[in-house]
Design a protein around this ligand. Structure first.
Ligand SMILES: Nc1ncnc2c1ncn2[C@@H]1O[C@H](COP(=O)(O)OP(=O)(O)OP(=O)(O)O)[C@@H](O)[C@H]1O
Ligand SMILES: [Mg+2]
Length: 178
């Protein structure tokens, strides 16, 4: 079912879909990157879901947005784990928090994806949505993820914003019209 949600990217018309359903299937697809390894405990995923109406959207494309944001969060967590021991990480665990809410005017849904990873400098923050901008090594990042994500969100009439503090973490906020 997760893959089906993901692969409906080519749908011609928007489909009424559950944002939570799309997020859940995306998390499921990324499960292999969240589980414990020799060097770190499993990444904690906290889901704070508000009650949301279904929205008219392209679910396969939104799934790509969430996939890119969560994959980036995992990369940022792995980066922050450098030089830390398993025990140290266990005491202050890698965590991704996904929260949803309806805007006060009831016209938008808000989706926040927050991590306690490496964070970013002011300089990096200004460029992250640029086409081909990456701070990751050759073969690791192409710098397409956020450019594509922002294009998809805009196509849905929404917006995407970022808050971040170097060394503390980042938060991406997506707003989509109901
Ligand atoms: N959650 C995050 N924490 C810290 N830095 C981030 C985060 N998300 C994005 N970035 C920064 O933004 C840059 C651009 O991200 P983007 O997803 O567009 O490309 P990428 O992850 O480098 O490559 P890919 O095309 O594989 O996604 C990253 O290289 C990284 O420096
Ligand atoms: Mg990326």
């Amino acid at each position: 079912m997760s893959l089906r949600t993901f692969s409906r990217a080519d749908a011609q018309k928007p489909i009424k879909s559950s944002i939570h359903g799309i997020i859940n299937s995306t998390v499921l697809i990324l499960k292999h990157r969240l589980k414990a390894s020799e060097s770190r405990p499993a990444v904690e995923i906290i889901q704070n879901y508000d009650e949301l109406p279904e929205i008219n959207c392209f679910p396969g494309q939104l799934s790509q947005v969430f996939m890119n944001l969560i994959a980036n969060a995992i990369d940022a967590l792995e980066e922050s784990n450098r030089g830390r021991s398993f025990e140290d990480i266990k005491m202050n665990p890698n965590r991704i928090t996904i929260s949803t809410a309806k805007s006060n005017c009831e016209q938008y849904v808000l989706i926040k994806i927050q991590d306690n990873g490496i964070g970013m400098t002011q300089e990096v923050k200004q460029k992250i949505f640029d086409y081909l901008f990456t701070t990751k090594g050759v073969g690791k990042g192409t710098g397409l993820g956020l450019a594509i994500a922002s294009q998809i969100v805009q196509k849905h009439g929404g917006s995407i914003d970022v808050n971040s503090t170097l060394g503390q973490g980042s938060e991406f906020v997506i707003q989509l019209p109901i």
